[in-house]
Write a protein that binds this ligand. Structure first.
Ligand SMILES: Cc1cc2nc3c(=O)[nH]c(=O)nc-3n(C[C@H](O)[C@H](O)[C@H](O)COP(=O)(O)OP(=O)(O)OC[C@H]3O[C@@H](n4cnc5c(N)ncnc54)[C@H](O)[C@@H]3O)c2cc1C
Length: 390
């Protein structure tokens, strides 16, 4: 295979597609990224920037995130853009004794996976975050949790890939996957056909639709998240915050309806606070709703009353690429030679992008991956009626 021409097509110019492109160029390949809009015009440009370890399921999910975290520090130096990576630490806010008991168990499991995390009572929590409501019950804290600017990260990967001679083609939509004898031969686009030996589906929340173009049924669907942004303020939180409810809603969609979706609060480098978020299945609708915004504001101000003194300057919504088991879909599709999946990161795509790019590059080039990837394989949906190829 001649790797010195565009024989690898990556569909999607979000954080995942651009990270894969960058990591492939580090091996001397020259892939091409095809993006229907602009770079970061999907969820990578409509999200928070939490690199949160505590919100990952203990086990392989958390291990993957911890591997990814290790790579952020060097990316801050390596990429030709300030990605604003800061290891501020992260706190999960506990509001009831029931949540405290559940989080105690969760912390034990996280520790078994190797995470540096501890439980704190109300007094210690308020000492660390004095602007929190005195009603808070307690918290868990990990010094490893961090934050990054997701748009700069995506653009940083893309710029670095381009410097290394990758192609980046925007405003071009992939309309079909070209195949011959169960083998990928390229893609058809709004600007014509592109021949390719390998095609990577990194289309985020639209990855299910792109898989359908190849006759595959991979259950990735959009899960909307709304965010409220405040004016810039002097520092009101020292670490990123999420609520224990947020973790429950993330892993059990029925809880999002019953107990509420939980909250996240992040203060960006420039002082703006990002308040989030909702978890809704509303198809591909990206608009904000009054109910969503109201809920975010009432829940975040109850936990952090100082927010009431700040102006809201804008709101936005993005679509998380949801999978039924909460894990991304990474690797080759056996029934269609040359077709790779790299999508379905739900609310973790920013945090997992460095390791995803590295692992995908390894898999595409047939190299041994540093971690076993069976849990992420597209084939896991086969038994559940997915992956049919005709
Ligand atoms: C409200 C909210 C908060 C979040 N907070 C966090 C967080 O704090 N930390 C974290 O790690 N993650 C977070 N996420 C999740 C994160 O945003 C996603 O997991 C990540 O951005 C997914 O990246 P992606 O590259 O797979 O998808 P995207 O960024 O959506 O990129 C896919 C791209 O593919 C393009 N595309 C689709 N179809 C085609 C086609 N046919 N042809 C060409 N191009 C196509 C799209 O235009 C899009 O640009 C959040 C998400 C939301 C919505």
């Amino acid at each position: 295979m001649n790797l010195n021409c565009y024989n690898i097509v990556i569909i999607g110019g979000g954080v995942i597609g651009t990270s894969i492109a960058y990591h492939l160029t580090k091996h001397g390949c020259r892939p091409v990224v095809i993006e229907s809009g602009d770079l970061a015009s999907g969820s990578s440009g409509a999200c928070d920037g939490l690199v949160f370890m505590q919100s990952k399921k203990p086990g392989i999910h958390l291990s993957l995130a911890m591997e990814s975290l290790k790579r952020f520090k060097s990316l801050q130096q390596e990429l030709p853009m300030d990605i604003e990576f800061r290891q501020t630490g992260g706190r999960v806010l506990i509001q009831t004794p029931e949540e405290y008991r559940a989080m105690k168990k969760f912390v034990c499991e996280q520790k078994e996976t190797g995470l540096d995390v501890c439980l704190m009572d109300r007094e210690k929590t308020l000492e660390a975050e004095p602007f929190l409501s005195p009603e808070i019950y307690g918290s868990t804290y990990s010094p490893l949790d961090a934050q990054v600017n997701p748009i700069n990260l995506t653009l940083g990967f893309a710029l670095a890939a381009k410097k290394n001679h990758a192609g980046i083609i925007t405003q071009t939509k992939v309309l079909g996957i070209l195949t011959h004898n169960n083998r990928v031969t390229g893609v058809s686009t709004t600007k014509g056909d592109i021949k390719a030996d390998l095609v990577v589906n990194a289309a985020g929340s639209m990855a299910g639709l792109v898989s359908e173009m190849a006759g595959l049924c991979i259950p990735i669907r959009p899960r909307r998240g709304q965010i409220v942004v405040t004016q810039s303020a002097s520092r009101v939180i020292s670490s990123c915050l999420i609520s224990a409810q947020y973790i429950a809603a993330k892993f059990d969609p029925s809880l999002a309806g019953q107990a509420g979706e939980g909250i996240s609060v992040e203060q960006a480098c420039n002082g703006n606070l990002l308040l989030g978020s909702t978890r809704e299945f509303e198809g591909f609708r990206k608009e904000n709703t009054l109910a969503g915004i109201r809920r975010i504001i009432s829940q975040t101000t109850a936990i952090l009353p100082v927010l009431k003194t700040l102006q809201v300057i804008r709101t936005f919504a993005g679509l998380r690429p949801y999978t039924p088991d909460g894990l991304p879909v990474l690797g080759p599709v056996r029934s269609l030679e040359g077709f790779f999946m790299a999508a379905g990161h739900e609310g973790d795509g920013i945090a997992l992008s460095p390791i995803t790019g590295e692992l995908m590059a390894d898999m595409i080039l047939g190299l041994k991956t540093p971690i076993p990837l069976d849990a992420f394989s597209p084939e896991r949906f086969e038994a559940k009626g997915g992956l049919a190829h005709d």
